[in-house]
Write a protein that binds this ligand. Structure first.
Ligand code: C5P
Length: 227
């Protein structure tokens, strides 16, 4: 396949208040991770799927994905690292030679529609830049220092960005080689290396499941689509 999707699922997710790592928390008829994988496998084009999980979950995850997924998907399951970016780097090391476009996706955004993956991949292909999905910010946002409002930030200039984030493979690999410091998403890491990153419209269903209320919302959405 010319596209690879790296699903990072190696975080502990303590804010969810569950004993298992976040990606392995039950959701509907599966887990956060199994839903995220379903979104990837629903894409228009065949992709290489790279799933990054805690070291002690590698074997179990591989067995489950091989049993569940259609056999046409090219699959790799590897152990993640301490930081999110270490986990992405572990995924990058698994890319098949023919892959030219890489999408990086948070398993925590479990209900992301397949169409958003397709759109991000298409935008990377036509524009040749990094691509992130983003939504307008609805809250009024303040810059704060020492508990005091310093200023109100013009929200028209802001976007709340999601995953999947897509990149030309060579440019992303170069950005990871150059990366110094800690980044919360791949777009920030790519921009630090000088890559142009464009925003395309995101999707409300790509919200990140972080706290218990997010999980309840996800359960509701899954129940609605199943019914
Ligand atoms: O912690 P945060 O919510 O930013 O994590 C976003 C995604 O990155 C989650 O899907 C999580 O499993 C993944 N992650 C990872 N390895 C880490 C930390 C986070 O794969 N060391």
């Amino acid at each position: 396949p010319s596209v690879a999707v790296i699903v990072v699922a190696a975080g502990s997710g303590t804010r969810l208040g569950r004993p298992e790592p976040k990606a392995f928390v039950p959701l509907g008829d599966g887990t956060l991770l199994s839903h995220a994988v379903r979104g990837v496998l629903g894409m228009r084009e065949p992709v290489q799927l790279v799933v990054v999980v805690p070291a002690e979950r590698v074997d179990q995850t591989r067995a489950q994905l091989l049993a569940g997924a259609d056999a046409s998907a090219e699959l790799a399951v590897v152990a993640g690292g301490e930081l999110r970016q270490d986990s992405v780097a572990a995924g990058l090391a698994q890319l098949a030679p023919e892959v030219g476009i890489v999408l990086v996706h948070d398993a925590a955004r479990a209900l992301t529609p397949s169409l958003l993956f397709d759109e991000v991949a298409a935008a990377v292909r036509t524009r040749g830049h990094g691509i992130v999905p983003g939504l307008p910010v609805v809250d009024t946002v303040k810059r704060v220092a020492d508990g005091r409002v310093v200023e109100t930030v013009d929200r028209a200039e802001l976007a709340a960005v999601q995953t999947p984030q897509g990149f030309p493979r060579g440019a992303l690999e170069r950005a990871y080689r150059l990366a110094g410091g800690e980044f919360t998403d791949d777009a920030a890491l790519a921009a630090a290396a000088g890559m142009q990153v464009d925003v395309v419209p995101g999707d409300v269903r790509a919200f990140k499941i972080t706290v218990p209320a997010d999980l309840r919302r996800a359960e509701q959405l899954v129940a609605e689509t199943a019914g």
